[in-house]
Design a protein around this ligand. Sequence first.
Ligand SMILES: [Zn+2]
Length: 306
Amino acid sequence: MSGSVRENAPPDPDGSADEPPVTRDRVVRALADDDTFRVIVAVTTETARGAIAAQQATGATARHFAELLTGAVLVRETMSPHHRVQVVLKGAGGRGSLVADAHPDGMTRGLVKRPDGDDDVTFGPGNSLLVMRGGAQGMYRSVTAPPEGGGVAEALMLYLQSSEEIISVIAVGTHEAEDGDHAWIHCGGYVVQLLPGAARGPLMVMTERLAAMPSVGELLANAGGNADELLAELLYLMPHAKLGDSNVHHGCLCDERAVLASLATLPREDLIELTIGDDVLEIACDYCTKDYAIRSTQLQGLLAPS
Ligand SMILES: [Zn+2]
């Protein structure tokens, strides 16, 4: 399949708008006509760029972070609607972590927690992957260890195999500029899930097809970063019906009330200390780095007996 590589617009600098911004980042879903499997494709280029810029991630950390954000979107999409999914990849020896937080409306954000004295979160033996999903029955948590030599995709695959009762193949990746400056051209991935009762024939065909597929980065490049084209490539000549199409975008949930609520959890002595200093406390959101100015009178309000 031929496709042109196109430039992506810079990420929305203010993802906190009420209306989801119009982006090329999308999730498309399809079902094979014989009901044997479903496919979910996500293009997350602008979402990943927005989160990477907000967290000032670089190098391998940026790539892992982008893959984790895509993985969180894909895992969320495998579940019933209205579920929020958070995926945390903890660095080896508990040194630093990457957090991806995917919301049902497509808003996705992330956090890079750097280990003390180090710019990068290290990966290798000793990593762990924590998946948390919220739903009607409360929060569900699952911890897996990535297989030896594996990356984010392998860890997510292990999670899906051990926690979800459905056979899944998940792939996430990025396509980088040739000069290797980590200016992401494309970011995305896919999940293929076998439906209960699927016969062996279609299963074998799909398994062989996926094994022969190029890397996600290459697929994204061929598809020009277009989710529909990527879906068409994965399901080439396989009869299927497209089920849905939704938006993904980088954003945040923070507002002054949330900042005050987090301050309210501080020990009383710490709060008193904060009210003594300047009239205004400058505090930034960990996810989007938006600055909030909290007046000391607001802090005093938190100290008032409730
Ligand atoms: Zn924020």
